[in-house]
Design a protein around this ligand. Structure first.
Ligand code: 5GP
Ligand code: MN
Length: 339
């Protein structure tokens, strides 16, 4: 669905006031929360009754975002969330496109016969599921797509909360404008948002300068003690066990960004962070250039994402997970060593 077609379809969908639930992905990041809050605030301005919901809690460094306190967390209040979902006329799916990414909400979502709309920038969308969809992998973030949508309806809809939420989404999904910028419009949109938002410096500080001492020490430990460099594959792996995380009093979000550091090495093309979570091993992949970690995550780790940032999970031991990762590297050796 192209832009005009999407906006046209959306016009019909949002004409009459309705109960709308805005839903984003499990382990929500800045873009999930930013795009969902901004879109919900826009829908409220149009007279809709809107709730925002995610499967599990978001990191503390996003808690200050305008409207964040009214987000429903499914694993904390599943009964209320089920009621909200059941009484919705429409569900807006933001920043994910595969039902498994709904986390604990996926079964409920499958069982409900409610119209769904999609705004997302991930690959491989199943469009048949949606009443209307704005899906574009060549944008920085879902927040950028939400901004585009709101601006289509008029700049006057953008207020301080919406602008601030959009900026958090774009800043976090681009690693502070260091990747995933595909066109100059990302910056024009940001300029429009910065005109209305709280100060950009403050946003950056609120998102990035909020480490606990433990989080910074965990980052240091991850790089100094745990980073494995596989020169042959231009790959770096950092694996953190549950005990290691616990020894730094791990809090949700504390490993956010760790996977990016090895990419600052000139010789590294792919970086992988492997963490032991409750019952599963989580993989976070990052790459530089054309090497697609989406393919790797999708083919071997039950996941996906984008060309340069993807994630996945395996239900096995840390040893088995690392063995699998090492096993698949030879398949990608040539590609990892290109340019
Ligand atoms: P992160 O490494 O920051 O958790 O995720 C990087 C990117 O990959 C994000 O855009 C995220 O949406 C996507 N992603 C992370 N985990 C998964 C997963 O398990 N499945 C899929 N399909 N995408 C994922
Ligand atoms: Mn995103």
């Amino acid at each position: 669905m192209q832009r005009e077609e999407f906006f046209h379809a959306l016009d019909t969908v949002i004409q009459a006031p309705r109960k709308i639930t805005v839903l984003s992905h499990v382990n929500p990041d800045g873009d999930a929360i930013g795009s969902s809050l901004a879109f919900s605030q826009f829908l409220q301005k149009l007279g809709h009754e809107v709730e925002v919901m995610v499967s599990n809690d978001f990191p503390e460094f996003l808690a200050w975002m305008p409207g964040a306190s009214r987000i429903h967390i499914y694993d904390k209040e599943s009964d209320i969330c089920d009621q909200i979902l059941e009484s919705s006329d429409l569900i807006a799916i933001l920043d994910f496109n595969h039902i498994s990414r709904a986390g604990l909400i996926q079964d409920k979502l499958k069982s409900l016969k409610i119209n769904k709309i999609l705004i997302d920038h991930h690959r491989d969308t199943d469009f048949d599921v949606f009443l209307c969809a704005l899906s574009d992998t060549q944008v920085s973030s879902t927040s950028e797509l939400v901004a585009e949508t709101i601006l289509h309806y008029g700049e006057h809809f953008v207020d301080e909360s919406i602008a601030t939420n959009i900026l958090v989404g774009i800043v976090t999904d681009t690693g502070s404008f260091s990747h995933s910028i595909y066109h100059p419009e990302t910056f024009s949109i940001c300029a429009k948002m910065i005109e209305k938002s709280i100060s950009y410096n403050q946003i950056h500080q609120l998102v990035y300068d909020t480490f606990s001492e433990n989080r910074l020490r965990l980052l240091g430990f991850s790089i100094s003690n745990k980073m494995e460099i596989l020169d042959e594959y231009a790959t770096a792996i950092i694996a953190l066990t549950k005990d290691e995380l616990a020894s730094f009093d791990y809090q949700v979000g504390d490993t956010e960004g760790v996977v990016n550091y090895p990419l600052s090495l000139k010789k590294i093309r792919m970086s992988v962070l492997v963490t032991e979570r409750q019952g599963v091993i989580r993989f976070s992949f990052r790459s530089k250039g054309s090497f697609s970690v989406h393919e790797v995550a999708q083919k071997y780790f039950n996941g996906g994402g984008h060309t340069n940032a993807a994630g996945g999970t395996l239900t096995c031991s840390m040893e088995a997970a690392l063995e699998k990762l090492h096993q698949i590297l030879p398949e990608y050796k040539a590609m990892l060593n290109q340019d």
